[in-house]
Design a binder for this molecule. Sequence first.
Ligand code: NAD
Length: 436
Amino acid sequence: MKITVIGTGYVGLVTGTCLAETGNDVTCVDCDREKIDMLCRGDIPIYEPGLTELVGRNAVAGRLHFTTDLDSAASTAKFIFLAVGTPPAEDGSVDLSALNVVVDQIASHLAEDAVVICKSTVPVGTNAAVAERLKELTGRECDVASNPEFLKEGAAIDDFMKPDRVVIGARRKAVADSLWDLYQPYLRTDKPLLVMSPESAEMTKYVANALLATKISFINETANLCERAGADINDVRRGIGHDSRIGFAFLFPGVGYGGSCFPKDVLGLAAVAREHGVAPLILDAVDEVNNRQKYVLTEKIERHFDNKLSDKTIAVWGLAFKPGMDDVREAPALTLIDRLLDLGAILRVHDPVAIDNVRKEYGDKLIYCTRPDDALKDADALAILTEWKEFIHPDFEAMRRIMRQPVIFDGRNLYDPGQMKDAGFAYYSIGRPAVS
Ligand SMILES: NC(=O)c1ccc[n+]([C@@H]2O[C@H](COP(=O)([O-])OP(=O)(O)OC[C@H]3O[C@@H](n4cnc5c(N)ncnc54)[C@H](O)[C@@H]3O)[C@@H](O)[C@H]2O)c1
């Protein structure tokens, strides 16, 4: 099947590559020439486990191509996936300008039987608006389907290859059937392909992300309460998680959610609710709780050092918004870094893969350390922001020798407070009693 994927970012690149892997002839298009040049050389612009090998294999096999030439890529494809970014606008609504530019550009090149598939996360009603715009520009009805993407950065290939479900929003059965055919290789373990209206498909994506974000904000607010009330959030979490109606997923307290999706999708759904005259009370609270939670660890640091940080060196472990990837968009680590820099602290930062992305933003304001123990040199405290596996069992004795003061602020509850006490550390975590 000839496929064009427009937008070769996280979603577009993974989608195009995984579709090529099952034998399709895929062309990935992007307006960013630098990105396309990199991909043509075999360099991958993002960190995603397994992606380099998969891109290389399919490119060598002649099934995966990269270009900036949208016009010709659009004219030959049966399926045209739109996977451009849909960032938040100033007012929190969704900025659809990239999507609209692409729709206008492909209109005059679409084959008669082409299906345009919106994979970008877009507000309810976008599919209908795209279909209307294409009709206006082509003078005929064009098939426009919605196919929201649920992959997680860090596990993107696995998520695409073995999805929990595929959601298709289509107005015509023939379109849904052709997409079933395309996705059938990924659904061999009997996972469902759910066909619904484009409006429901568009809503499904936002509701999924907003509900996951809600769970995170809920457990974070509860953790803060546990801390004040002398309870331990970890015990509470276990106490509720074993209830089969509740479960454990997305109920780990921390320093707030980040990344390119949850923050913008919570705001995006709230904006849609307002547009439709529905007050998004829960969504507003989820966003507010999260914005506050990003400061919880910094406040503990400020209190511990009596607000005097200008002569302190703080080591930071973990910069990416979650482990397994180098994405630092909206990462809680950046909120902490900004605040501590404002207070005059010296920051020695380490992350297994995200240092280059942080360096692009902060330049020489930070000391970048390629090893975790380098970051600890002369540190008055360590702050942990991302739960990378390699941080789970450090050599605490060696850490005590390297650090100026044995103090840990753990934003991901990696360690047991009792063990930290025995190891001679002052230890602050989230929603659990402090060891001082
Ligand atoms: N990143 C995720 O984990 C994830 C998961 C599910 C859904 N989504 C959604 O998928 C969409 C894409 O997200 P992403 O993270 O891949 O974004 P991204 O910013 O990584 O990539 C978007 C790409 O689109 C390109 N682009 C913009 N305008 C273009 C144009 N006119 N022509 C060609 N290319 C153009 C950009 O250069 C960029 O490479 C968003 O709507 C996002 O919400 C993202």
